[in-house]
Design a protein around this ligand. Structure first.
Ligand SMILES: Nc1nc2c(ncn2[C@@H]2O[C@H](COP(=O)(O)OP(=O)(O)OP(=O)(O)O)[C@@H](O)[C@H]2O)c(=O)[nH]1
Ligand SMILES: [Mg+2]
Length: 594
C-alpha cells in the first residue's frame, strides 16, 4: 500500500479530486457535507493498476485547521498538492507548501484542478515556480477537472509514477505509529487509526502507547480485517489495555522497549533561528505540542517538550509560531542529550554537535563512530533505541565492553585514571596489590566494571577481577593461564561452586600449578584443591555480613549457596584473613572493617 496526503488552499477542490480518484467520500461529518468544507482528516483509497492500493489522507484547507493539516501530512511521505485554476496562488497553498518543504517531502504531484472554470495555464506556471523553491522542485504539475474528468488519466499516470518511486520501508523496522484518530466501537473498545510508516503490526502484538502497555486485538487496513499490516499503510487498530481509552490524536504507538521517549532533544533548525518564538508548537508525526526553545548557537536549539515522545536521530519535524504562522523545519540530532550545567556548556555543546555532523552534512545519515565519540561511553541498548544500531564490525576508534561502547578518547582518559588509582592503592597497601574492577568502576563513575576491564592497558592487567600492575605477578605457563580461564568461566555463574577434584585434574591443574596460580594472584586457594576467584573471600565476607550475627557454619553455607566441601575451608580462610572471627561455640561473626 502507498499513502499520499493532500494539500492546498481551502475550497480549491482537494476533497472533490480524491473522491473522483477513488469513488469514495472522504468528508464524513454531517457538518462537512453541509458546509462543503473539510474539518477533519478524511481517508479514501483506490487501486492503481501498476502499483496497487493507494490511500489518500485528505486534509482540510481552511486556515483555522492548519494544525489538523500538519497532523495529516506529518507521517506521510508523498503529497498531492491541489490548486484551483480559477483562483491564484493563495495563502494556505503557500503555508502548506512551506510545511512540506520544512519536512523535506520530496515526492509529490501538483494538480491544477477546476480547469473547466478557467484556463489552467497561468496557475500551472505559478505552481511550477513555487515548487522550484522547495524540496518538491521538479514535481509534475497537471491540469485536471474533477467535474469533466479532463486530465484525470494523466493525473493517475503521474500518481502511479510517483508512488512507484517511493522507497519501500523495512518490514522489520521498529513500529512507531502516530495516532491521528480515535473512536470507540461498541463491543470492541478503543480503535485508533494512523499511518504506519514502516514495520509490521499484527493481532496479538504487544504495544506501548504513551508509556502504557497494551495489546493489538485486531488490525484493519483500508476497511478490511488483515492478518498483518506492513508499512507504509493506513491502519485501524483495535487496542486492549488499561488506560488506553485516553489515547487520541497525538498519541504514539510503538513496539515496547524499542524507543527512547524523551522530552529533551537537541535539533538543527533550518531558516532564521533568531526569529523563533520562545514557545513554538512542535509538529512531529501526527502530534502537536508546545516546546520551549533554548538556543545553543550555530543554528542548533535545545527543545524541552511538555510531554515525552519516542524520537530518533534524524527525525524530521517542524516548529510553528501560531501567531505569525511562520514555520521552521528541524532535524533531531540528539534525543538523549546531556544536561547543560556549567557556564559555556551550550556553546560547547553546539561545537560538539557541529563536529559530529561535519562529515555527513546536516541532512546526511548519522555516523555511528562520531556519535559514540561525542558521547564517550554509551549503552548499546540506548543507541538502538535512538536509531543508531551498532554495526559489526564497529567503526574504528570504538571498543566494545559488554553492552557498552567506549570511544578511544574516553578509553584513554579512563585508562589514565585507572593507572593513577591502582598506583595510589599499591603505594598505600603494598601487601594487597591491585584494585577490584567493581571498586574502580564505582570510583570512576562508569556504569559497569566491564568498561574498566576494556580500557586497562599495559603495564596494568586484569587478573581475577582485579586490576594489577603486570610486573607484580610473573607470567605463568600458557596451560596454567588456560586452566585458570576455564575455572573463571566455571565460576562466573556460581562463584562459590569450587571446581571438583575431577575438574581440576581434567584441566591439568595439579597441586604445584594450583599453588603457582594462587601465588600469582590468579586464583584464591582456600585450601589445597579448593580454588575460587580472587576477591571471593572479600565478597563472601560482605555477603555474610547480611546474616544475623553470629552465624553457624550451616547458615553460612546456605547463604553462600555452596557445599560443606567448600564452606569449611573458605570459613577457615576468612578467619585467617581476619575477615571473620570464630567464637568458642564454633559460630562466627564478620569482623567490622573501618
Ligand atoms: N467546476 C468545478 N468545480 C469543482 C471542481 N473541483 C471542486 N469543485 C468545487 O469546488 C468546491 C470546493 O471543493 P472541495 O473539494 O470541497 O474543496 P476542498 O479543497 O476539499 O476544500 P477544504 O477541504 O475545505 O479545504 C466545491 O463546490 C466543488 O464542487 C472541478 O473540477 N470543477
Ligand atoms: Mg476538503
Amino acid at each position: 500500500m502507498h499513502v499520499v496526503a493532500t494539500a492546498g488552499h481551502v475550497d480549491h477542490g482537494k476533497t472533490t479530486l480524491v473522491d473522483a480518484l477513488t469513488g469514495m467520500r472522504s468528508d464524513r461529518l454531517e457538518e462537512e457535507r453541509r458546509r462543503g468544507l473539510s474539518i477533519e482528516l478524511g481517508y479514501v483509497w483506490t487501486t492503481l493498476p501498476e502499483v496497487g492500493q493507494v490511500a489518500f489522507v485528505d486534509v482540510p484547507g481552511h486556515e483555522r485547521f492548519v494544525p489538523t493539516m500538519l497532523a495529516g501530512i506529518g507521517p506521510v511521505p508523498a503529497v498531492l498538492l491541489v490548486v484551483a485554476a480559477d483562483d491564484p496562488w493563495m495563502p494556505q497553498a503557500a503555508e502548506h507548501l512551506a510545511a512540506l518543504d520544512a519536512l523535506g517531502v520530496r515526492h509529490g504531484v501538483a494538480a491544477v484542478t477546476r480547469s473547466d472554470l478557467a484556463d489552467p495555464g497561468p496557475a500551472v506556471e505559478r505552481v511550477s515556480a513555487e515548487l522550484a523553491r522547495t524540496s518538491l522542485r521538479g514535481s509534475p504539475v497537471v491540469a485536471v477537472s474533477a467535474r469533466t474528468g479532463e486530465g484525470m488519466d494523466a493525473l493517475r499516470a503521474h500518481l502511479t509514477a510517483m508512488v512507484a518511486a517511493l522507497p519501500s520501508p523495512a518490514p522489520d523496522a521498529d513500529v512507531r505509529m502516530w495516532v491521528d484518530r480515535r473512536f470507540t466501537v461498541r463491543g470492541a473498545g478503543t480503535v485508533v487509526t494512523g499511518t504506519l510508516p514502516a514495520g509490521t503490526l499484527a493481532p496479538g502484538d504487544e504495544v506501548e502507547v504513551d508509556g502504557l502497555r497494551g495489546r493489538v486485538r485486531g488490525v484493519q487496513a483500508l476497511g478490511e480485517p488483515v492478518e498483518a499490516a506492513q508499512g507504509v499503510a493506513r491502519v485501524a487498530l483495535n487496542l486492549v489495555g488499561d488506560g488506553l481509552e485516553e489515547v487520541d490524536r497525538g498519541s504514539v504507538l510503538v513496539a515496547p522497549g524499542r524507543w527512547h521517549r524523551t522530552d529533551l532533544l537537541d535539533v538543527r533548525v533550518a531558516g532564521d533561528v533568531d526569529a523563533l518564538p520562545a514557545h513554538p508548537q512542535l509538529h512531529v508525526g501526527a502530534a502537536s505540542l508546545t516546546a520551549r526553545v533554548r538556543p545553543l548557537g550555530e543554528g542548533l536549539v535545545r527543545l524541552s517538550l511538555d510531554r515525552p515522545l519516542p524520537l530518533r536521530v534524524g527525525d524530521r519535524a517542524l516548529l510553528r509560531d501560531p501567531g505569525s504562522r511562520l514555520i521552521w523545519g528541524l532535524r533531531v540530532l540528539d534525543p538523549a542529550p546531556p544536561a547543560l550545567r556549567r557556564r559555556g556548556a551550550a556553546a560547547r555543546r553546539a561545537r560538539a554537535l557541529t563536529a559530529t555532523w561535519a562529515r555527513a552534512g546536516w541532512d546526511g545519515a548519522p555516523d555511528l563512530g562520531a556519535e559514540v565519540a561525542r558521547r564517550g561511553i554509551v549503552d548499546t541498548r540506548m543507541l538502538t533505541r535512538i536509531g543508531l544500531t551498532p554495526t559489526d564490525p564497529l567503526p574504528e576508534g570504538i571498543t566494545r565492553a559488554g553492552r557498552w561502547l567506549v570511544a578511544d578518547r574516553a578509553a584513554s582518559a579512563l585508562a589514565r585514571r585507572v593507572a593513577a588509582l591502582v598506583a595510589e592503592h599499591d603505594r598505600d597497601r603494598p601487601l594487597d596489590p591491585g584494585v577490584p574492577l567493581t571498586a574502580l568502576a564505582e570510583r570512576l563513575g562508569v556504569p559497569s566494571p566491564e568498561i574498566v576491564a576494556a580500557v586497562v592497558a599495559a603495564p596494568l592487567t586484569v587478573r581475577g577481577g582485579r586490576v594489577v600492575a603486570a610486573a607484580a605477578s610473573p607470567a605463568l605457563p600458557p596451560e596454567v593461564e588456560r586452566a585458570v580461564a576455564a575455572i573463571r568461566r566455571d565460576l562466573a555463574a556460581s562463584p562459590y561452586a569450587a571446581p571438583s577434584a575431577d575438574r581440576l585434574r581434567e584441566l591439568g591443574l595439579d597441586p604445584r600449578r594450583e599453588a603457582a596460580a594462587a601465588k600469582a594472584g590468579l586464583l584464591l586457594r582456600a585450601a589445597p584443591g579448593i580454588v575460587l576467584l580472587p576477591g571471593a573471600d572479600r565478597e563472601a565476607a560482605q555477603l555474610l555480613a547480611a546474616l544475623p550475627q553470629p552465624f553457624t557454619t550451616s547458615e553460612a553455607r546456605q547463604h553462600l549457596g555452596t557445599s560443606r566441601r567448600v564452606a569449611l575451608p573458605l570459613l577457615d580462610h576468612l578467619d585467617r584473613a581476619g575477615l571473620t572471627r570464630r567464637l568458642p561455640d564454633d559460630r562466627r561473626e564478620v569482623v567490622a572493617r573501618g
